[in-house]
Design a binder for this molecule. Structure first.
Ligand code: PRX
Length: 647
């Protein structure tokens, strides 16, 4: 990482929001924070008001609990449908406006107006219903960034079915695991897709997943992405054929309770298995729409581009639900930023006159490394606001983004949130707040984030501690209210949500993220559980033990490093390394393959037998080693160090 990436400076330079932006900003209310504080929780009615309700809610925050103890019932009594909110209600005013603009991997483009979107969502919903999908059923969606992905999500939402989008890069095993846990009997996949020039066989992976599942699938629908004839087995249907059968059909949106699930998504927690996060229909959609409007400054009629993948929460909230709830044009890009040329991203911005661009610090650091000649060749003057998400942004990358891409005219919103928060929770309000490069900003109005010590006591400015949320928020998952993540902290203490992140807060209340403090590592904005990767590695023949840590990486923020001790007498040549990589590829996917594997006869352990990860992190990051006196086997440290330094 850069020297300036640590973010431990107490009061960094501030940047005022550009006046040209403030004039037209969605939110310019300087005392919004105070208003929300005064009116909490009713302040969140402003988010609820952005939606169409089939039946109005009785109360903003109901439930049997108080404002700390679950269950929480956001917008209790209300009924609504997310597909109606993202599609139907825009038809009167903007049926001919583009809702989804798709930029394909091979340079193809495709536009869906709100009317087109309405037609296809209805036809696919009719098709799913004919295949037996009912409200509450879990439909797994395993396709890359093609228009059928958001269409399928909205079709599920229309029926009240729960979508379970699995990132297209996950392996067959990872897909089967997620479908099995969710007891999902319906699957949408595709024949294949292009990745770095080569076509991958997605259908094959989906078929393999189906074979290994303990339960039967009712139906699999297959999109033809490669344009070849589909080879369909029993209970498998072509997407285009299904639409043709239901051509012109309409399906009335099924009204759902605000607290009913809209979707589930798996993420990496601190355990060895994927963690299901279930988001609700009312609270989630309200906060996502609210933050898309107030933080990302999205307006109806904008062309907005979030470069994340819909397989992760960022794409769910800020490619699909937020922008479409607001009636904007959302851009979907299937390709990679450097193909066919390194100016691809800027060329897409110019050609589509993109107004708001939301990406990850990893991408910005890559762009910066490629040089300004690429953005310089394009006209980026359509941009009004820039956003970042997923990892800390170092001040140098921030400055580059602000000047080279925004021309000093576009505020940057550095947005902190998680799969579990569902929507942005900490960020500046771009038309109100000053920006501090490297620091995300204050908790949003209505969000009670704080930095606390081990006892749950708030820490003074500048002192690193645990980032927690002290009050419920509308987009909180139903699963948190069940006690998963929300609970007395420390045991016997106040109820709060522990985010797993370490942070500091400065005298102005601005939060600076320092990284994860739990067993989760964040590589280029993708989450992995160290425990999950370790369990997969030890499944490799010849491996006795493994410890996985996040090593520093200038571009991706962190890289997966594995320390592996082989079984006694097992050779550690390249063969073992290749088998470890293969096991990870098979069990998780190529994105989790370790950057480095260090073989060592033993892992450093405390006397109680716990692996000392901090020590392994320090070795990987070339940092001074802390106290090693608690080790049972201090002699291995020197050995590991010498392997790492020489290697
Ligand atoms: O560590 C924080 C980091 O990403 C984690 C959440 O990952 P995930 O659930 O995959 O969601 C990613 C996109 C919302 C957080 O616990 N993170 C997210 N945003 C930021 C961040 N770290 C620093 N700055 C951010 N803006």
């Amino acid at each position: 990482m850069d020297e300036d990436a640590g973010g431990r400076l107490p009061d960094r330079e501030t940047v005022a929001p550009p006046e040209s932006f403030v004039e037209g900003a969605n939110v310019t209310d300087a005392d919004l924070q105070e208003q929300f504080d005064r009116e909490w929780p009713d302040c969140w009615a402003r988010a609820g008001a952005l939606l169409d309700w089939e039946r109005p809610y009785r109360t903003v925050l109901g439930g049997e609990g108080d404002d700390r103890e679950p269950p929480f019932g956001w917008f209790e009594g209300g009924r609504l449908n997310a597909s109606h909110n993202c599609v139907d209600r825009h038809l009167d005013e903007r049926k001919n406006q583009v809702a989804i603009k798709w930029e394909g991997r091979l340079g193809e483009t495709q536009s869906y107006t709100y009317l087109d979107l309405h037609r296809e969502v209805n036809e696919f919903a009719a098709g799913l219903r004919a295949l037996g999908v009912e409200a509450g059923d879990v439909v797994t969606v395993y396709v890359p960034m093609i228009p059928e992905l958001p269409i399928a999500m909205l079709a599920c939402a229309r029926l009240g079915a729960v979508h379970n989008v699995v990132f297209a890069g996950f392996s067959a095993e990872a897909l089967a695991d997620r479908m099995g846990r969710a007891e999902s009997r319906y699957l949408l996949t595709c024949d294949g897709y292009y990745r770095r020039g080569a076509a991958t066989n997605q259908k094959n992976r989906a078929d393999n997943a189906r074979i290994s599942l303990d339960h039967d699938l009712e139906a699999t629908v297959v999109v033809s992405r490669l344009g070849e004839e589909l080879r369909l087995g029993e209970d498998q249907y072509g997407y285009a054929g299904l639409l043709a059968t239901h051509s012109g059909a309409t399906v009335d949106p099924v009204a759902r309770a605000a607290t009913d699930p809209l979707f589930l998504i798996y993420t990496s927690g601190t355990t060895g298995t994927p963690k299901a996060v279930t988001h609700t229909t009312g609270g989630y959609l309200a906060q996502v729409a609210w933050t898309a409007r107030s933080v990302l400054d999205v307006e109806p009629g904008d062309t907005y581009w979030c470069s994340a993948d819909i397989g992760w929460i960022t794409g769910h909230s800020y490619i699909v639900y937020g922008p479409l709830a607001l009636g904007t044009t959302t851009l979907l890009y299937e390709g990679t930023p450097d193909h066919p040329e390194k100016e691809r991203v800027w060329e897409i911005i110019e050609r589509n006159a993109v107004n708001v661009f939301y990406t990850a610090p990893t991408a910005i650091r890559s762009f910066m490394g490629w040089g300004e000649e690429y953005p310089d060749r394009q006209d980026l003057s359509s941009l009004r606001l820039l956003g970042t998400v997923g990892e800390p942004i170092n001040p140098r990358a921030w400055e580059w983004y602000y000047e080279q891409i925004g021309g000093g005219e576009c505020p940057i919103v550095d947005t902190w949130w998680q799969t579990e928060t569902g929507a942005i929770a900490v960020s500046t309000l771009p038309g109100v707040d000053e920006m501090k490069p490297g620091s995300v900003g204050r908790p949003l109005p209505g969000i009670a984030a704080d930095v606390v010590d081990a006892d749950g006591e708030p820490l003074p400015p500048g002192e690193p501690g645990r980032l927690v949320l002290e009050r419920p928020w509308p987009a909180m998952p139903a699963s948190l209210a069940d006690g998963d993540g929300w609970g007395p902290d420390p045991p016997g203490g106040e109820w709060r949500y522990v985010t797993g992140d370490e942070a500091t807060v400065d005298g102005d209340g601005y939060v600076t993220l320092l990284g994860r403090i739990d067993d989760v590592i964040n590589v280029a904005g993708q989450r992995f559980s160290t425990m999950e990767l370790e369990s997969r590695i030890v499944e490799t023949e010849g491996v006795a033990e493994a410890a996985v840590i996040g090593g520093d990486d200038d571009t991706t923020g962190a890289a997966v490093y594995a320390y592996v001790s082989p079984e006694r007498g097992h050779p550690t040549g390249d063969g073992l390394r290749a088998r470890i990589d293969e096991r990870i590829r098979e069990a998780v996917g190529p994105m989790a393959v370790p950057e480095a594997v260090v073989f060592t006869p033993e892992l450093p352990k405390t006397r109680s037998g716990k692996i000392m990860r901090r020590l392994l992190e320090d070795i990987a990051n070339d940092e001074p080693l802390g106290d090693t006196s608690a080790l049972r086997n201090p002699e291995v440290v020197g050995e590991i160090e010498s392997v790492v330094r020489e290697g």
